[in-house]
Design a protein around this ligand. Structure first.
Ligand code: ADP
Length: 180
């Protein structure tokens, strides 16, 4: 019975993240996506908003649940009693970063392993930063994130042209409602 932690900022969740979550869900008995509460970088979405967006995007994976956490990722992994941490790799820069943090984590918690999955080549250039930059300028992001995430970006950036679905995400109400 293998339990995996899939940590990250997910600001917001996009198709590259979803691809890794789906594949991890097929590989492991249980996957816990862990949304980091307060990374040292400026966020667009609150923790509750990132959680709500991720929950809607991944509701179809029965073996996956989503939590939020503060502090060290490896401490979260220990508390959740996982066997391993899953991360996605896009390029050499990701590899270098994951190798370094992976060795540090291994020093702190030798029993918890690291599993890196190569990203789908379709999303190799995709990051939450690129998504937000393009969305903020009203570019077409339809291939990069699910409709409800596009709706949330449309609200944040006041870019109605980004909307593609019948629902709109209301950040303060923290829920999706149908548009009339
Ligand atoms: P962090 O801020 O810790 O890098 P992110 O939320 O950006 O967290 O990413 C969470 C995980 O998703 C990381 O393992 C990251 O490498 C992976 N990831 C990010 N973008 C992609 C992508 N386009 N395809 C696959 N995995 C990705």
């Amino acid at each position: 019975m293998a339990r995996a932690l899939y940590p990250g900022t997910f600001d917001p969740i996009h198709n590259g993240h979803i691809d890794i979550a789906v594949r991890a869900g097929a590989l492991f008995d249980e996957v816990i996506m862990a949304i980091y509460d307060a990374p040292p970088k400026k966020l667009l979405f609150t923790t509750d908003e990132r959680l709500a967006l991720a929950e809607q995007a991944l509701a179809h994976i029965p073996t996956l649940r989503i939590i939020t956490y503060t502090g060290l990722t490896i401490e979260c992994a220990r508390e959740q009693k996982v066997d391993l941490i899953v991360r996605g790799l896009r390029n050499v820069a990701d590899f270098d970063y994951e190798q370094q943090i992976g060795w540090a984590n291994n020093h702190l918690a030798p029993a918890i392993d690291l599993c890196c999955l190569f990203c789908n080549h379709a999303y190799a250039y995709l990051s939450a930063t690129i998504l937000k930059e393009v969305a903020s300028l009203g570019g077409n992001c339809a291939a990069w994130a699910p409709p409800h995430v596009l709706d949330a970006l449309a609200v944040k950036f006041n870019r109605p042209e980004l909307r593609s679905g019948n629902e709109v995400f209301l950040p303060h109400a923290n829920k999706l409602v149908h548009r009339d």
